[in-house]
Design a protein around this ligand. Structure first.
Ligand code: PLP
Length: 359
């Protein structure tokens, strides 16, 4: 199989554990029965716990990639009478802007740089917004926003706070109740370290109340909620990934809970950043999550050349950026089945590539 013997540091899909891979190797079972309903209920309970969702929250399970979670959240919750403040700090923020434009949702393209929005109140345009939309971790540049500050701002302005947590859940703290978050979008192939194909939307009671009748069959959340009452989805779910999700949520629990997963990711990320200090690379942003490190070469080398050399000469996969940033930044994920020992493979490869002895 392609890349099977490579070390994986890409920000999705990420390295999966043996235990989860084994669940994926089994026959896919029939699912319109109570045995599978129990799986759905267990997944819902686990996700709600992990996000510290308020009482009465529900989870929508969609068989699609994370972008469908983003788009369907906007479709079901916002319309032409809304005014959304969409944080755009990179490619994924720009995607939310495109989604609002596609669905004729009035919005401000709130372009930001060099801030984690702790001072959002000062920075935001002085308009009446009904919704605040953000990717908690802007994965295109490895930038984490201050959800507490944004939540406070959203509460003051009585906005619906929609958070795409796809690339930070499990590795960085997220608390719906503390940060007053109404909607959380989750994807399978990032922090949850499952195969791509499943996206989940966590809805608080406030968001559930705001659900509208929409012009879509497959993405109609009301239909998902009705079926969810009996632990089912309207259409065939990604059955195997749901089984893997159930196993993964148990695994996280057995390993000490999500706080332990976050602590592990933080330890690995800090170890990596500390271990490459002698190399001509600098951190791209001061607001990096535990999930990822984004790096910029300081010696004039092209980031893309580094990515290619790691893949070709060391069988190590990191992630290049596209467009104008292809030479300026590359990304290293700490999500998934990561340890310091595993990260050493990359640290050693980088030192060898630069011809610098590891101190
Ligand atoms: C990966 C990612 C997504 C989803 O992308 P898909 O390719 O549709 O799965 C959405 N938001 C963020 C922040 C991401 O990192």
């Amino acid at each position: 199989m392609i890349y099977e013997d490579y070390a994986i540091f890409t920000p999705g899909p990420v390295k999966m554990s043996e235990e989860i891979l084994q669940v994926g190797a089994k026959q896919t079972p029939y699912f319109r029965n109570s045995a599978f309903s129990d799986v759905t209920f267990a997944c819902e309970k686990g996700l709600l716990e992990m996000a510290n969702a308020p009482e009465g929250s529900k989870v929508i399970f969609l068989t699609a990639s994370g972008t469908a979670g983003m788009e369907s959240a906007v479709m079901n919750l916002l319309n032409e009478n809304d005014n959304a403040l969409v944080v755009n700090g990179g490619g994924f923020g720009a995607r939310f802007v495109d989604i609002c434009a596609t669905h004729s949702v009035p919005h401000t393209n709130f372009k930001i740089k060099n801030t984690n929005l702790t001072d959002i109140e000062k920075l935001a345009p002085n308009e009446d917004y009904t919704s605040l939309v953000v990717n908690a971790h802007e994965t295109s540049v490895g930038h984490l926003y201050n959800l507490d500050a944004m939540g406070e701002y959203a509460v003051k302005g009585e906005m619906l706070f929609i958070v795409d947590a796809i690339s930070m859940l499990v590795t960085d703290p997220l608390d719906m109740q503390r940060s007053n978050i109404d909607v959380v979008i989750v994807g399978s192939q990032k922090g949850l370290a499952l195969p791509p194909g499943l996206t989940m939307v966590i809805l608080s009671p406030k968001a559930i109340n705001k659900l509208q009748n929409i012009n879509s069959l497959y993405f109609n959340f009301k239909d998902y909620l009705a079926n969810g009452e009996r632990g089912q989805t309207p259409y065939t779910p990604a059955v195997t990934i749901m089984l893997q999700l159930e196993a993964r949520l148990n695994q996280i629990k057995e390993r000490g809970g999500v706080s332990q997963s976050i602590a592990n990711a933080k330890e690995v990320a800090e170890y990596f950043r500390k271990s490459i200090k002698a190399l001509p690379l600098k951190e791209y942003t001061p607001y990096m999550p535990n999930a990822m490190t984004a790096l910029t070469p300081t010696d004039g080398r092209s980031a893309m050349d580094i990515v290619n050399a790691l893949e070709e000469n060391y069988k190590v996969m990191v992630c290049p950026n596209g467009g104008a940033e292809r030479d300026i930044v590359f990304r290293v994920s700490h999500m998934g089945e990561m340890t310091k020992e595993y990260t050493d493979i990359l640290i050693n490869a980088l030192h060898e590539y630069y011809g610098v002895a590891r101190s």
